[in-house]
Write a protein that binds this ligand. Structure first.
Ligand SMILES: Cc1ncc(COP(=O)(O)O)c(C=O)c1O
Length: 411
């Protein structure tokens, strides 16, 4: 059957993530031990008071406004103001089924082109293709902590003919686990060229230095912020995200609302009521503990894996690291990941899925193969936990890293 699918959709290809996932399943079915460093989902339980709020609101069956529950939008607005100092009023916030959907609708509505920097999250480019927005890539370097320099951004903008450009920025970053240290400089270039910035802040509550840094602090007038409950409070499956727009970009916000009304209508009501508790409640202790765990496990993996052969930048947030291996004989990073999985049982993703050339032997390592509920019961008050605690509560991570590190020694 030919011609049933639109050309832009045919351009989308299944990601090589699937190759690795299929291989994992096969190995597990054969009874082999697999270290799951591929999949990126919070290991921690949703805080009890938020779960209770969901339970208590399970009977809320009416549709809520398309834009989302007013009380929730007010709480998010207050929360953003507290963290960034910038005012995104509740009228400028839409609640979406995950921040991913918000970004997709932005691409569908937007008439212009997109700047992405490698590494970038896997879904940005496919979403741009769905929205028929051309993508321009900036290749970043390890020396610049895997973020573009202001110079690179300026050069890229000058090479684009279209006036309407969205630059997508994600810090802390999936897949590198690094933070953008030159937000101010990037913001100055953005202002000079009237760029639109989409600041994907889904991991910004998970910074190991405990500071919420957003480009909106330097370029509030044309920065969208997306975020939600998926990472910092472990509620990815609840599908609650938000999209906040500055006044200047309200035209796009209105169109996103229209698209929302013609697609998912509104996010499920009980989860929206529960999300109010997530933004209003005090989760200081939960956040400190989960961050202590992530910071410590990240540093453990970093210290035990980095060598003169395996290059890695230190972990700064989220739950990822991006190790680079020397290339001996592999055609591409997918083949490298397949080989590592075969020979050590360690599953990682090839960085070609994140915008790099497949020739670069970079991988994404996600260090959350542990039981987060159990780990939270451990004595976790130090900012860097003792190795003994990590060995006890994250044995798969410890074992997997040892296997990977020994494997790399023979390269
Ligand atoms: C960088 C990044 N942005 C956005 C998302 C989407 O999150 P959600 O749709 O659950 O809010 C993810 C999820 O994996 C992500 O890694």
């Amino acid at each position: 059957m030919n011609g049933l699918t639109k050309k832009n959709i045919l351009k989308l290809k299944q990601s090589s993530t699937l190759v690795i996932n299929e291989k994992c399943k096969k190995l597990i079915a054969e009874g082999k031990k697999v270290y799951q460093f591929g999949f990126g989902q919070s290991p921690f339980p949703v805080p009890e008071s938020i779960v209770a709020a969901l339970r208590n609101n399970a009977h809320k069956k009416e549709y809520l406004p398309i834009q989302g529950l007013v009380k929730l939008r007010k709480s998010i607005s207050k929360n953003l103001k507290k963290k960034t100092g910038i005012n995104y009023p509740e009228e400028n916030i839409v609640i979406t089924p995950g921040s991913k959907e918000a970004m997709l609708l932005l691409h569908v509505a937007f008439n212009g082109e997109i700047i992405l920097s490698a590494p970038s999250w896997v879904s940005y480019e496919p979403q741009a293709i769905i929205g028929k927005n051309k993508v321009h890539w900036i290749q970043t370097t390890r020396e610049n902590n895997w973020f573009p320099t202001a110079n690179q951004l300026e050069k890229k903008i000058k090479s684009i003919k279209k006036k309407n450009i969205i630059f997508i920025l994600n810090s802390p970053n999936n897949p590198s686990g690094t933070m953008c240290k030159n937000l101010k400089e990037l913001a100055a270039v953005a202002r000079k060229y009237n760029l639109i910035v989409l600041s994907d802040e889904i991991y910004t509550d998970l910074t190991f230095c405990n500071k919420y840094e957003s480009i909106s602090q330097y370029y509030p007038e044309r920065t969208f912020i997306s975020g939600g409950l998926s990472k910092w409070c472990g509620a990815g499956g609840w599908r609650v995200g938000f999209f906040a727009a500055p006044n200047q970009l309200s035209e796009l916000l209105e169109n996103i609302k229209t698209l929302a009304s013609e697609s998912y209508s509104t996010v499920n009501s009980p989860a929206q009521f529960a999300a109010v508790e997530a933004y209003e409640g005090d989760f200081g202790e939960y956040k400190t503990k989960t961050l202590n765990i992530l910071r410590s496990v990240g540093n453990y993996v970093y210290s035990n894996l980095k060598s003169n052969k395996v290059l890695i930048n230190p972990p700064q947030g989220a739950f990822y690291l991006m190790p680079e291996f020397p290339n001996k004989k592999y055609k591409n990073s997918t083949e490298l990941c397949e080989k590592i999985l075969d020979e050590t049982g360690v599953a990682m993703l090839p960085a070609s899925d994140f915008g790099f050339s497949s020739k670069k032997m970079l991988t994404r390592l996600c260090y959350i193969d542990f039981d987060g509920s159990e780990f939270l019961k451990a004595p976790i008050n130090a900012t860097i936990l003792d190795d003994k605690i990590i060995e006890k509560y994250a044995p798969n991570v410890v074992e997997g890293v040892e296997k990977l590190s020994n494997w790399a020694k023979n390269l």
